[in-house]
Design a protein around this ligand. Structure first.
Ligand SMILES: [Zn+2]
Length: 106
């Protein structure tokens, strides 16, 4: 991959949990939530919420599914049809070497 390239990937209707990576694309499971920009699936939700309460981070919960709305439908609604992920490579080899790889790139 050349430096400075931008690649746009269309992930279509694929719905994955941002924490456990479980695939909910064909699931009607209810529940889950949006924490900042991360989708938390119904499976992860109980343990996740326990931690949120422990750390007082309720303000970071951006949205929750409507009543009877599946996690999949919820995530697709939030995306609003924007199903692309943009991958940008580093401009130069130097940029790459100086990048802090510990940070959350979203
Ligand atoms: Zn999960």
């Amino acid at each position: 991959m050349p430096y400075g390239a931008e690649i746009i990937i269309d992930i279509g209707d694929t719905v994955l949990c941002d924490f456990c990576n479980e695939d909910f694309t064909n699931s009607d499971a209810l529940g889950g939530l949006l924490f900042q920009s991360k989708g938390v699936c119904p499976t992860c939700e109980p343990e996740f919420m326990a931690n949120v309460k422990k750390h007082g981070e309720e303000r970071f919960i951006r949205d929750k599914p409507l009543e009877f709305e599946s996690f999949r439908a919820f995530i697709l609604r939030i995306r609003g049809g924007n199903n692309t992920v943009t991958v940008t490579t580093f401009n130069t080899e130097e940029d790459y070497n100086h990048e802090d790889r510990g940070k959350d790139g979203g």
